[in-house]
Design a binder for this molecule. Structure first.
Ligand code: AMP
Ligand code: MG
Length: 340
């Protein structure tokens, strides 16, 4: 039987939320699956040191077996239990941004994991209090990908988790909407120069300020982070992403809309550019890039919930946080991208 329990954001010692989290921790310890909130997206967690428990994650999500899992740890966890070595740059970056939306890839200690990790391990120390308490009470590192069916948009609310995984998970901790709404920045420290494999809320500029040189992995390097090669985050509706200055993009989208034979098309638009679309059917994404980021996955899910069969998306400026948003939108569009 699926359990859904609500945990509040500022958890106090001895509160009901702590009791609920302790129950969730017992499920993790006994080899079960718990979906839980983090500041990025909801995670689907299992004991990272239990091979059979991790196998359940792949089964529940329908996740390809070659796509490794991020291991979530707590403050005070000795990284040498997972990693053969922690390069100074990784230490500095974790010092600056952990707990938070940062994942570092390190050379793995041999023989710890069996699930497609190869000889590297991805580690993150989440900032969300419920997530941290869950890891603390479980007493083990928790392997957790996003708590969605493989290929669909990442979940930013407990309702999204349920829509995908009801019947496939032992318990869902409901901590409300996720603060960032975008998966962690993944930085690889197993090569000569640190490389961003997946952009996120910790931007290239923020990373460069701490460790100096950092590269962004090109499309050809998808094999480094297996998850990046699959179509991802996609609604069922046909999706076209249009990139350029907002005025030209709106002209192009309205032209495409006119030619479309979709029954119920919709346009995703940053709120500030709403006026460019007149009476056309639009869905607003929010004004600031932080809002757009937090809303994007819920919007992609809403397209299907409302029965839209085609969606046109106005791209955002591809720098800072916008780089992460566009990275996900390109994948969601299956590279059906028009530049004007
Ligand atoms: P998610 O599936 O939403 O948790 O995303 C996890 C991302 O981190 C995927 O793109 C994975 O391929 C990537 N990842 C996890 N572990 C590793 C690793 N050891 N090396 C490279 N990428 C990894
Ligand atoms: Mg995912």
């Amino acid at each position: 039987m699926l359990r859904i329990d609500t945990v509040v954001e500022n958890i106090e010692v001895g509160s009901a939320s702590v009791d609920i989290i302790k129950q969730a921790a017992r499920i993790i310890k006994s080899g079960g699956l718990v979906a839980f909130p983090t500041e990025t997206v909801y995670g689907l967690g299992a004991n990272a040191l239990d091979e059979a428990a991790c196998a359940k994650i792949y089964e529940a999500k329908g996740r390809p077996g070659d796509n490794p899992l991020i291991v979530h740890i707590n403050e005070g966890f000795e990284l040498v239990r997972l990693a053969r070595e922690v390069p100074p740059g990784a230490q500095a970056l974790m010092g600056a941004f952990s707990p938070g939306p940062l994942t570092v890839i390190l050379p793995a200690r041999p023989g710890i994991f069996a699930h497609g990790y190869g000889d590297t391990v991805a580690v993150r120390l989440p900032g969300n209090m419920a997530a941290r308490l869950l890891i603390h009470h479980a007493g083990v590192p928790i392997a957790a990908p996003s708590a969605n069916l493989s290929g669909s948009p990442s979940p930013t609310t407990a309702a999204h988790v349920l829509a995908d995984l009801d019947g496939r998970v032992d318990m869902v901790l409901d901590g409300g909407a996720c603060k960032h709404g975008m998966e962690s920045t993944v930085v690889d420290f197993t090569d000569t120069v640190p490389k961003i494999l997946r952009p996120g809320a910790i931007t290239q500029e923020m990373i460069a300020n701490v460790i100096g040189k950092v590269e962004i992995a090109g499309c050809g390097e998808a094999a480094k982070s297996p998850g990046m090669k699959y179509r991802h985050y996609a609604p069922s509706a046909k999706m076209t992403l249009v990139i350029g200055n907002p005025a030209s993009v709106s002209v192009k989208i309205l032209e495409l809309l006119g030619q479309s034979d979709a029954k119920k098309p919709v346009i995703l638009v940053p709120t500030g550019d709403k006026a460019l679309y007149g009476e056309a059917p639009i869905m607003l994404l929010g004004r600031r890039i932080e809002e757009v980021t937090a809303n994007i996955y819920a919007a992609l899910r809403r397209i299907d919930e409302l029965g839209h069969d085609e969606v046109f998306v106005q791209g955002v400026v591809e720098s800072g946080l916008g780089l992460a948003v566009m990275n996900r939108l390109r994948k969601a569009a299956g590279n059906n991208v028009i530049i004007v």
